[in-house]
Design a protein around this ligand. Structure first.
Ligand SMILES: Nc1ccn([C@@H]2O[C@H](COP(=O)(O)OP(=O)(O)OP(=O)(O)O)[C@@H](O)[C@H]2O)c(=O)n1
Ligand SMILES: C[C@](O)(CO)[C@H](O)COP(=O)(O)O
Length: 252
């Protein structure tokens, strides 16, 4: 019998970096902002539901979240769980514990902030992980030259040159410290797919060690597993900054 594939969508973030300080009305967490008239979270969940092998999508939101249920209304195979934590990793761990999955289930973790996931990428990730019986993640090889930065000395901007950062404060300026080789560098996306029980243990081990974990694959790496890098798609970028909303709307 084939093993279950369950998706977990961490959606308990506040979207700090996406806040447009000039637009007070945008202070809703980014996963609830509308893209072409539909909330970002709904786009992301529907993208996962497009592969019928995903048996259930478990959306993990903040404890006091007032919006998710209505936003996902009418979608079959979806449950909303208000057990999110203070970090993404803690939200995912809480979602895993809450799901109480079979030991041999697979879990797909997908950011609520990646509504542009193409079905072809999702199909590829699941196909390869199941065929190789190995966990993996969507990712893109780095295409640009990579610079390591350090803080530069402050300087006075020329007249008319806007150099403010958030909340009108002067932006930090950076300069190149070093150029890094991009060979063998990839940018991690989601979904990331792993055996659920292994992922639960890996996240717990990282948490106990006090290590900051920004994606599931890094917890698995620490645990001694080599996740497969599976080519993703640029449309699956993470909506992070104010300007990303317009760009994502063009893709969707
Ligand atoms: N405590 C948290 C923090 C983040 N996330 C989720 O993790 C995903 C990726 O995180 P990110 O893009 O960093 O979202 P935010 O944390 O909301 O953004 P920011 O860091 O700008 O505040 C998002 O779907 C976000 O809702 C979460 O579930 N729980
Ligand atoms: C999981 C992730 O989207 C992979 O790129 C990313 O690490 C999330 O990071 P964030 O700091 O929570 O945005």
């Amino acid at each position: 019998m084939s093993k279950k594939i369950i998706a977990i969508v961490p959606a308990a973030g506040v979207g700090k970096r996406a806040l447009d300080v000039s637009n007070e009305g945008a202070a809703v967490p980014k996963q609830y902002r509308l893209l072409k008239g539909k909330p970002m979270l709904r786009w992301s969940v529907e993208a996962l539901l497009a592969d019928p092998r995903v048996e259930q999508v478990r959306v993990v939101v903040a404890v006091d979240d007032p919006r998710a249920q209505a936003v996902l209304d009418g979608l079959a195979r979806v449950v909303v769980r208000p057990v999110g934590g203070p970090t993404r990793a803690e939200t995912v761990s809480a979602g895993l514990a809450d799901a109480a999955l079979d030991n041999d289930a697979w879990v797909l973790v997908h950011d609520a902030a990646r509504p542009g996931l193409p079905l072809s990428s999702l199909n590829r990730l699941i196909d390869i992980c199941l065929y190789e019986q190995q966990g993996g993640l969507l990712a893109l090889p780095v295409a640009d030259t990579v610079k390591k930065a350090h803080k530069a000395a402050a300087f006075a901007p020329a007249e008319g040159c806007v150099l403010t950062g958030t909340a009108g404060k002067p932006a930090t300026r950076y300069a190149v410290a070093e150029t890094l080789s991009r060979e063998s560098l990839w940018l991690a996306q989601t979904p990331q797919m792993f055996p659920a029980e292994l992922l639960r243990k890996a996240l717990l081990q990282a948490h106990r060690a006090g290590v900051e974990i920004t994606d599931e694959a890094s917890a698995m790496e620490r645990y001694g597993v080599e996740p497969r890098l599976i080519p993703g798609d640029p449309r699956n970028f993470k909506v992070t900054w104010p300007s990303d909303f317009d760009l994502m709307e063009k893709w969707l």
